[in-house]
Design a protein around this ligand. Structure first.
Ligand code: IPD
Ligand code: CA
Ligand code: CA
Length: 275
């Protein structure tokens, strides 16, 4: 397929993501040898092998496309097509044997995201979206939740492995926990976004994510009827380092909570442990 046939694009990406997912599961079953890339940044042979496989498959099908992958970086040849690849999102979980991780792949054309696929091989769940055609989980149409009350929301967040001490998120985690049914921190931003898309979560936010973490998931949330912006409610940008996703109904309330927290609200002294 030298030309990019948009009708066939999602099934073709899904096949590659499933193949990479099977490879990850082989390593997962035999508990990989863990290597350390930096403080609390676990990198495994599986990350690298998965990216090699994905790059080979993309190059074979679409030789002229550019690829930005987490492990091998990016060479810009000026193609109008650009892939965003996270060959293993949830590396820390993976390395510890905690079964929450996935493969994330997205395709952009002329700066606009056209397709995204996220595959969770532990549950055999394949999330997919094509711009303008809705979002799907294992070929069933999915939609965001209908929750419209902050107190009844289940939301999710994540913490980066780099420079954790410089990340303000623990304050947000604290405040949003007090105002909702709870905040989950499962360790895969791509799957967190999928959970917003299919209504398991009502919202998700994180600081300092990278384009390969968000590219596919943001399209899947939007195609499922949700909304993604920066923390102030402004347009989401892949390089903005601020991601706030929701079912849309909760968006204004979440932006308002973030505004209050940014302005210092809720930074009370540590309470005593309740007896
Ligand atoms: C990480 C996961 C995690 C998020 C981190 C990411 P990785 O990606 O998405 O949920 O909190 O910010 O870096 O390193 O497992 O690909
Ligand atoms: Ca990631
Ligand atoms: Ca990764």
């Amino acid at each position: 397929m030298a030309q990019t046939d948009h009708n066939d694009i999602v099934p073709a990406i899904a096949e590659i993501a499933r193949e990479a997912g099977s490879l990850l599961m082989e390593y997962f079953r035999r508990r990989v040898l863990i290597e350390y890339k930096g403080e609390a940044d676990l990198v495994t042979e599986a990350d690298r092998k998965s990216e090699i496989l994905i790059r080979e498959r993309i190059r074979a099908l679409w030789p002229g496309h550019d690829i930005l992958g987490e492990e091998q970086g990016f060479v810009d040849t000026g193609s109008e097509y650009r892939w965003y690849v996270d060959p293993l999102d949830g590396t820390t979980n993976f390395a510890h044997g905690f079964p929450v991780f996935c493969v994330s792949m997205a395709l952009e054309r002329k700066g606009q995201m056209v397709a995204g696929v996220i595959y969770d091989p532990t549950r055999d769940e394949l999330f997919a979206a094509e711009k303008g055609s809705g979002a799907y989980l294992n070929q069933q149409r999915i939609h965001v939740s209908k929750t419209d009350n902050l107190a009844e929301c289940l939301v999710a967040t994540g913490f980066p492995s780099h420079k954790r001490h410089k990340n303000p998120n623990i304050f947000f985690y604290h405040q949003i926990t007090l105002r909702t049914h709870g905040v989950r921190r499962a360790g895969s931003a791509a799957l967190d976004l999928c959970c917003v898309a299919c209504g398991r979560f009502d919202g998700f936010w994180e600081f300092n994510l990278n384009p390969w973490d968000t590219a596919a998931g943001v399209l899947i949330v939007e195609e499922a009827g949700g909304k993604v912006t920066d923390m102030g409610g402004g347009p989401f940008q892949l390089n903005s380092r601020e991601t706030l996703a929701s079912n849309g109904l909760m968006h204004a309330s979440l932006v308002d909570e973030f505004r209050k927290i940014f302005s210092g609200h809720g930074l009370e002294p540590l309470p005593e442990i309740a007896k």
